[in-house]
Design a protein around this ligand. Sequence first.
Ligand code: URA
Length: 477
Amino acid sequence: MTPFRTMRSAEAFRVSLAAPDDFEGWRDTARRLIQADVPPDRIVWDSPADQSTDLFAQGERRLPAPPADAPQPRASRDFLQYAKSAILHSDSKRFSLLYRLLWRLQTNPRLMDDRADADVRGIDELARQVRRDIHKMRAFVRFRVIEEPDGERYVAWFEPGHHILRSNAAFFVRRFTTMRWSILTPQGSMHWDGETLQEGPPATRADAPSGDPVEALWRKYYTSIFNPARLKVGAMLKEMPRKYWKNLPEASLIPEMIAGAQAREAGMVEAGAQDFGVLPDTLAGIAEAVQSCRRCDIGCNGTNSVMGEGADAPVLMIVGEQPGDNEEELGHPFVGPAGQLLRAHLKDAAIAIEQAYVTNAVKHFKFTLRGKRRLHQNPTAKEIDVCRWWLDGERALVRPRIVLALGASAARGLLGRTVSVQKERGVPLPLDDGSELWITTHPSYLLRLQDHGRADEEQKFANDLRCVAARVSELSH
Ligand code: URA
C-alpha cells in the first residue's frame, strides 16, 4: 500500500466516522467506496477519537458516488466477524487495514483462509486483543454503592484499553438488570436505571467513589474463590495484568494470598481438593463418571451415585448435602422425607421445583448400618472437597444465576470453606461465575427439631425461600 504521506492531496478522500466504534458507518462507507472503485491508498479514515493529523488528507473531497449498476461488494462472514471486533481496537490504522482487506477480498474471496498473509494476521491480532479487553472488563469492573435521592446506585470506574464500552454494555445490563448502575471510563460512561441504558460523557477516576461495603464483599468473595492449588504467578499476572490492579479492591490481598498459598495448598491437598483432569462436557457424561468415582471412601461403598436433575437452563440450582436412603434406591435427589418437606416449603414460597435444577454436594450416600437399616452419616469436609469437582462441573454446565445451598455441607461444596449457616444466611454471596449464592438450613435439620424450636426454624427457612423466590422472579423476566 502507498503510505498516505506520499499521496497527492487531490487524490485523498477523508472519511470521518461518527464514533471510534462505528462499525455500521465504516461498513456502509466502505461498501460505497468499493463500488466506486476507490483503492485503499486514496482514503484517510478518521473518527473523533482518532483525529488524524495527516496534512495530505486535508484536501477533502466529496466521496464519489458508485455507478448505479455497481455489484454488491463481497465480504465473507468470517471477515465481517473479525471486522466487528477489530474496529473496536484503539489502533488508528484499523479502519484502513479493514478496508484494504475488503478491497483485496473482491479479487481473492478466500483471502481470510490465508493465515500467513500479513493483513489477515493483523486483523486477527486486533480482534484477539479486543476480545481480551472485553473479557477483562467483564471480570474486573467493581462497583461501589452510592446513595442517591431515589435509592442506591452502583458506580464503577474502569479504564479499557480499546473502544469496548458500548459493545460491552449489554453484558452488564443482563448481569445486573435489577440494579441501577453506572460505568465510568475515560472514553465515556454508561448509565442503567433498570429500564434504559444511557450514554454519558467521559469521566475521570475522581468521579467514581471508592471504599464501601461492596468492596468488602468482593474481598471476601475473592479470598473464598482463590484456589492456591491452581496458583501460577505468571498465569495470574497474564489473566489479571498489573494495570488493572489499582481498581480492584481484592488486589490488595494478592501479595498476602500468594505468600499464604503454599501453606493453604498443603492444607487443601490434605483436605483432598484436587484437580482430576478433564471434566466431561455434558451432564450425562458427568453422571456416568460420578458413578464409577472412587476418589473417597463414600464412592467406594458400593452404592449408586445420584446425579442432579431438573430443568434445562434454569435460573435456580438447589444444592443439598448428599442422597439419602430413598434417593440412593430411587436414583433421584430429594425424594425422601427431607425432600417432601423441602417441596412443601418451595411450593409455599411459589418456587416451582420442576423449573429448577436439584443436586447434592456429595453424590454417593454415606451411611452406617444399624441392623438392616442404613443410617445417614455426615460427609467429612475432605469428602465434600473431593466431590466439589463434580459439583463445579455440573454448575458450569447448568449455569444457574441463583444457587440455593441447603445446609453447611452444601455451602462448603460451593464455597470450599467452612460456613456458618446461621451467620451467612439471608444475604447473597457472589460465586466465582457471577451467580448468586443463598444459604439456608437443610430440611433434615428441621425434621430433627421439635415444637417451638422447629416452628421458629421453619419460619426462618420460609423467609429465606421467599427471598430466593423474589430473586428468581426478578431474574426470570
Ligand atoms: N438430603 C439431601 O441433602 N439430599 C437429598 O437428595 C436428600 C436428602
